[in-house]
Design a protein around this ligand. Sequence first.
Ligand code: 5FU
Length: 275
Amino acid sequence: SSFLRQTYGQRVQNHSNPAAKQLLEIMEKKKTNLAVSVDVTKSKEFLAIIDAVGPFVCLVKTHVDIIEDFDHSLIQQLQDLSVKHDFAIFEDRKFADIGNTVALQYSSGVHKIASWSHITNAHPVPGPSIISGLSSVGLPLGRGLLLLSEMSTKGALAVGSYTVEAVRMARAHRDFVIGFIAQRTMEGIGMQGDDVVDNDDFLILTPGVGLDVKGDAMGQQYRTPREVILESGCDVIIVGRGIYGKDPGLVEQIRAQAKRYMDAGWEAYQERISS
Ligand code: 5FU
């Protein structure tokens, strides 16, 4: 029995991590599997986009280190919007260092990511110690971690046995690792023998989603919500420039695009659970 045919609401009970539960509850309640990636460099634009897409998203994904006029009032405003619109926050930090260093990068510095981001992510390249380091900070705060087991870019090295080992690392740390950044379901990956049951309901959050173009000039590759959710078994579509890319100043256009992606993602999900 696969988790792919369970509803987001049914899957809440498969998780003990508070961030995973929160995300699934929001998805079920708001009927959206859309996450918006807000990669702009000015606070004002950042907040305006988030306020515009808020009603349509389960999650807002940030790269807080690209904001030029960052200060902590921005975090307060982001948190206020997350309460106003009921979405979770995911700082796409892609930690990749030794445990001691990532624990400091996660808790401290200018951004103090662990204090406000419900979910963050890490490259599995250093091995399991990156999970121990991050969980020493994040687990007591109820945070969740995604491992990058695959990437959306042309020529990505996260394939084959690297992906399999990433899944094995996650299985050994189910309290803190809630899922993956990946391009397809990780269900069954790395299981040995036909008699072993895969009891791990990981969340798959998937970037590289676009309805109008196939890629950008820097190696990004886009697939449609239908390919991602229905054909590949992912759970959340992450969309950036497809939503705010045309004119980040035009709130009505951004809202229309967010609605368009939300509808496409939800339709693909409904087809999946009823198949
Ligand atoms: F891990 C990954 C990945 O494999 N591909 C990605 O594109 C992360 N991303 C992020 O998703 C990337 O850093 C951007 O923030 C976002 C995609 O933005 P786009 O504008 O939809 O291409």
